[in-house]
Design a protein around this ligand. Structure first.
Ligand code: NAD
Length: 451
């Protein structure tokens, strides 16, 4: 109990050291939120390049803005390290490691398990451990906790067997980051918190209340885990719905964008979702399938999730077909045509290309014999990815009116604010617009097709 009360008083007077484990799209803004709230922060990551950049005061996630990392590094309240032995210095450890899918669409919890062992090996009385990574309900209690306890039992100094709610507090609090979004921040997005027991939930909620404007305590870690999955399933299903409608309405020569805007004038009962060339990012294409996997274990099926997955996965092929038909209308074949994809990132104004449908568009068009280039102002080179190895190292072209005129067709995949749409429409001989980006462009648009 002494350990717990020490932790609680450190949280109350902001002297608790907050450790954030994994400094990616989720972890780095979380460090900023706690540092801004006055806490001493320790950042951990396995990637020495990230740690070195932070030590130099450099931010590698440009959408977060430039200044804050140098301010944090210059202060005596932030340090980043690859030395996990320093986990014992942290009173609270917030885990933001990746939770990808394995090759057969099964949850890959290896990062969570590894992290649990890393923490368990250094666990000491009076620590709060919170998992933030998106996952299926039950992960914190049934996967993370046992791995952490097993490692604690095997500590070099002798077995350590902490008692939950007394000398170890464990909770789940889902991250709700939306990188690139300007109207919210880590601080202003309400945060759900659910503990493995009441004391853990209370301690985690008390901590987050210092850094986040609104904290909602729920009755268990499982409720918080399930709520996060519900949020992502809701998006995946609704995006699939408008993608399916887009295909039908396009055949009827009805503008799906105008239809959605019209429906969105209803002040209740409707929320607008927009179609696109397919799903991208770390969350929506991946997380719903964590629940699918769990449901299978229980002998249940998740038909909405799987149907949404099928519809969304088919979108790049549909865009390729529209491109093919558009070229055909001009007496051209895809084979041998020069194609420019505008936008490599999966959404506007960020450099995040994870699971981006642009990769699929490039590969499918190349497979049909097209010469495909891309342009992206934020993601200028294709990184190494698990699924698109052949594209690694490919560079963005330099965009200009002359460059646009040199392609047979320009496919708009991402509506970055930096693009000058009237210039694209005026110079590209043929435009395939998957984002409704050219809707407000005036003048002749007979060479623009929706997809
Ligand atoms: N990106 C988003 O918009 C978003 C939004 C909500 C939730 N999430 C969830 O947050 C989690 C993290 O996602 P992200 O987007 O920040 O990922 P990311 O790829 O940006 O960052 C992950 C970081 O983890 C580090 N890492 C990998 N293994 C590690 C280990 N064993 N120990 C310490 N560090 C390790 C990597 O070097 C990297 O810096 C995922 O579960 C994701 O589903 C992401």
């Amino acid at each position: 109990m002494i350990a717990r009360s020490t932790l609680e008083s450190r949280i109350a007077d902001r002297t608790a050291v907050v450790g954030v484990l994994a400094l990616g799209y989720v972890g780095l803004p979380l460090v900023r939120a706690f540092w801004t709230a006055g806490f001493n922060c320790l950042g951990f990551d396995v990637d020495p390049a990230k740690i070195d950049a932070l030590a130099r005061g450099e931010n590698y996630l440009k959408h977060l803005g430039d200044d804050f990392v140098s301010e944090m590094t210059a202060s005596d309240r932030f340090e980043a390290t690859t030395d996990f032995d320093r986990l014992s210095e942290a009173d609270a450890i917030l885990i933001c490691v990746p939770t990808p899918l394995g090759p057969h669409h099964e949850p890959d919890l290896s990062f969570v398990e590894q992290t649990a062992r890393d923490i368990g090996r250094r666990l000491r009385p009076g620590q709060l451990v919170v998992l933030e990574s998106t996952t299926y309900p039950g992960t914190t209690r049934d996967v993370m906790m046992p791995a952490m306890l097993a490692a604690a039992k095997a500590q070099a100094a002798g077995p350590y067997e902490p008692v939950l709610g007394e000398d170890l507090l464990v909770a789940y609090s889902p991250e709700r980051e939306d990188p690139g979004r300007k109207d919210t921040s880590t601080k202003t997005i309400p945060k759900l918190v659910g503990g493995l027991d009441a004391a853990s939930g209370d301690a985690a909620s008390a901590l987050y209340r210092h850094a986040i404007a609104q904290v909602i305590s729920v009755s268990s870690a499982e409720v918080a885990e399930a709520a996060k999955i519900l949020e992502n399933v809701y998006r995946a299903v609704n995006i699939a719905l408008v993608n399916e409608l887009k295909v039908i309405l396009t055949r009827m020569d009805i503008d799906v964008w105008e239809v959605i805007d019209a429906a969105a004038t209803k002040p209740f009962g409707f929320q607008a979702f927009y179609p696109g060339p397919g799903l991208g990012g770390h969350c929506i294409p991946i997380d719903p399938f964590y629940l699918t996997w769990k449901a299978r274990e229980l002998g249940e099926t998740t038909q909405f999730i799987e149907l949404a997955g099928q519809v969304n996965t088919k979108m790049p092929a549909w865009v390729v077909q529209r491109t093919m038909l558009a070229l055909n209308g001009r007496g051209k074949a895809v084979n041998g045509s020069r194609v420019l994809i505008l936008g490599l990132a999966y959404k506007p104004d960020v450099d995040d290309v994870r699971e981006s449908p642009s990769f699929e568009l490039i590969e499918q068009l190349q497979a049909l014999g097209a010469q495909v280039d891309f342009h992206d102002p934020h993601a200028t080179v294709v990184p190494n990815t698990r699924n698109y190895k052949k594209l690694a190292g490919k560079q963005s072209i330099t965009l200009s009116p002359e460059a646009l005129r040199g392609y047979d067709v320009v496919v708009i995949a991402t509506h970055h604010a930096a693009y000058d749409w009237p210039e694209v429409v005026a110079n590209a001989p043929l435009v395939v617009d998957t984002r409704g980006a050219t809707r407000s462009v005036a003048g002749d648009k007979s060479h623009v097709v929706g997809a």
